[in-house]
Design a protein around this ligand. Sequence first.
Ligand code: SF4
Length: 100
Amino acid sequence: MSQGFGHPAFPVDTHIHRLAQRWGLTNGKNVTQTEKDLKKIFPMHSWNKLHLQIIFYGREYCEARKCFGLECKICKTCFPDRKKPVQTKKTLIDIFAIGS
Ligand code: SF4
């Protein structure tokens, strides 16, 4: 809907679910809650572009097994007092991928 027809949407894949937790934008209870939280924070006109930007950033710089919220300027700036790695809650997709 978002990419094909320009309908405002904020689909949450594993990257968005993980980064939203690392950036403190959701508690990561599940992907449905993450989507609701992100939609509340960001204006509707930004959803389609922002969704892609977060996915690309996650793939390129903020990978699942390489950083846990302590290394680059984003988390250092937003969470200067953070001392412990962020343990993100997994989606079902993540759990199935680990087993394969
Ligand atoms: S420090 Fe940077 S790479 Fe690490 S979780 Fe935060 S945004 Fe991602």
